[in-house]
Design a protein around this ligand. Structure first.
Ligand SMILES: *Cc1c(COP(=O)(O)O)cnc(C)c1O
Length: 380
C-alpha cells in the first residue's frame, strides 16, 4: 500500500458488531468477562482500548514500523522511552531539542541517574568523541525548532549501529509523510501527534514506533504500569485527522515554500530559515531524506529588537499568536519571549534565536492571503 492509501485504511476495519465503517469511540473503562479471565482480549481501559489499537496500528504502518504505542502527550511518550534506560546510562542528544524534551531530560531524568551530553549534530562527527561504554541512546530531532537545522539521520544511525547504541528520532516536525526515520536506521521514532498527525489543534497526543519486539513489550508494560494513556475520543480524532495527512502536508509545504521566498525578498527581513533554500547549510541532506521541505519557516528582522519582533507578531491578522504548530491554521510565535524565554540570553543568541526571530507554522489557507497578511504586518 502507498502512503495515501495507508492513512485511510491501515489499522482500520469495519466494526465487527455493526459494520460501522468508522472505528467507534469505545468510551469505556472496563469490559465484561463471561467468567474470571474469560474475555475477548480487553480487560481494563488503561491496558487496552479498541479505538487506541486502531490508531496504534495505523501509525505503525505510516512510519514503516512493526509496532505503535500511543500516549496522553508527546512528553508522556518521551518519558516512557527514557524508562528503557538504567541509572548510570548516558544519552547523547542534539543541542537544539524541543524545550520540553530538554526540560524532561535535565530536570527530571538527571535526578534519576541518567547523564545527557548535548552536541550540535548537524555535523555528525561531533557525536563519536562523546560515546563511551555507558552510552545507550542517541536522541535526535530534525528539522529542529525554531532554527530548522537538519540532521543526517542515516549518518547518525550508522554511528549508533557501529557502537551498539539505540537511535531515537523525534519526527514531529516532518511527519511520516515527509520523512521515515525507521528506513534510515532509527530504532525508535517518537511523535507529538498533537501537531501534524492530528493536524486540527484539538488533541494532545503522543506516539512511539519501533520494530524490536522486546522494546515494544517493555513500552506496553510501562504504558499500562505508568498509565499516561490517551482517551478513546482523542484516539478517534487523531485517526480522523490522519486520513488527510498527505493532502494537508502537501499544502503546508507549498505554502511554506511560497512564504519563505516572499520573506527572503522582503526589505525588512534579515535572514530566513527554511531547509528548501540551496543556501541552507544542510539543504542536500534535507533534499535526500525528506519528500518536501515542510511548513515551518523562521525569520529575523533587520531591526533586531524584542519590540520589533513583538510589533510584527501583534500586527498579523490571519497568523494567530500562539504556541504549537502543525494545525490547518497558520500560527506565529516569538521564541525569545515564548518557547525559549527560560534560556539564558547568551545561550539563546549562540543558537541563533535572536531577539527579533519569528517562527511561523504555515497553515493550509490560501497562500496569497497569508502573504498579504505578512506584508501588512511587516509594513507597520
Ligand atoms: C510539541 C512537541 C513535543 C511535545 O509534545 P506534546 O504533545 O506537547 O506533549 C515534543 N517534540 C516536539 C518536536 C514537539 O514539537
Amino acid at each position: 500500500m502507498k502512503f495515501g492509501t495507508k492513512v485511510i485504511h491501515a489499522g482500520v476495519t469495519p466494526d465487527p458488531s455493526t459494520g460501522a465503517i468508522m472505528t467507534p469511540i469505545y468510551q469505556t473503562s472496563t469490559y465484561v468477562q463471561a467468567a474470571p479471565g474469560d474475555h475477548q482480549g480487553f480487560e481494563y481501559g488503561r491496558t487496552q482500548n479498541p479505538t487506541r489499537n486502531a490508531l496504534q496500528e495505523n501509525l505503525a504502518a505510516l512510519e514503516g514500523a512493526r509496532f505503535g504505542v500511543c500516549f496522553a502527550s508527546g512528553m508522556a511518550a518521551t518519558d516512557t522511552i527514557m524508562r528503557l534506560l538504567e541509572p548510570g546510562d548516558e544519552v547523547i542528544a542534539a543541542s537544539d531539542l524541543y524545550g520540553g524534551t530538554y526540560r524532561l531530560f535535565t530536570k527530571i531524568f538527571e535526578r534519576y541517574g541518567l547523564k545527557f551530553h548535548f552536541t550540535d549534530m548537524t555535523d555528525p562527527a561531533s557525536i563519536e568523541p562523546l560515546i563511551s561504554d555507558k552510552t545507550k541512546m542517541i536522541w535526535i530531532e530534525t528539522p529542529s525548532n525554531p532554527m530548522l537545522n537538519i540532521i543526517d539521520i542515516e549518518a547518525v544511525g550508522k554511528i549508533a549501529k557501529a557502537h551498539g547504541v539505540k537511535m531515537c528520532v523525534d519526527n514531529t516536525f516532518a511527519s511520516p509523510y515527509l520523512q521515515q526515520p525507521m528506513s534510515l536506521g532509527a530504532d525508535i521514532v517518537v511523535h507529538s501527534a498533537t501537531k501534524y498527525l492530528n493536524g486540527h489543534s484539538d488533541v494532545i497526543m503522543g506516539a512511539v514506533l519501533c520494530d524490536d519486539e522486546e522494546i515494544h513489550e517493555r513500552l506496553c508494560f510501562y504504558q499500562n504500569a505508568v498509565g499516561a494513556v490517551p482517551g478513546p475520543m482523542d484516539c478517534f480524532l487523531t485517526l480522523r485527522g490522519i486520513k488527510t495527512l498527505h493532502l494537508r502536508i502537501e499544502q503546508h509545504c507549498r505554502n511554506g515554500a511560497a512564504i519563505a521566498h516572499f520573506l527572503k525578498d522582503h526589505t525588512a527581513v534579515n535572514q530566513v530559515y527554511w531547509p528548501g533554500f540551496e543556501t541552507h547549510n544542510n539543504h542536500a541532506v534535507a533534499a535526500r531524506q525528506m519528500r518536501h521541505f515542510g511548513g515551518m519557516v523562521s525569520f529575523s528582522l533587520k531591526k533586531d529588537t524584542l519590540a520589533d519582533g513583538v510589533r510584527v507578531m501583534s500586527a498579523t491578522k490571519l497568523f494567530a499568536l500562539a504556541e504549537s504548530l502543525g494545525g490547518v491554521e497558520s500560527l506565529i510565535g516569538h521564541p525569545a519571549t515564548m518557547t525559549h524565554a527560560s534560556i539564558p540570553l547568551e545561550e539563546r543568541l549562540k543558537t541563533g534565536v535572536v531577539d527579533s526571530l519569528i517562527r511561523l507554522s504555515v497553515g493550509i489557507e490560501d497562500a496569497d492571503d497569508l502573504i498579504a497578511d505578512l506584508a501588512q504586518a511587516l509594513q507597520h
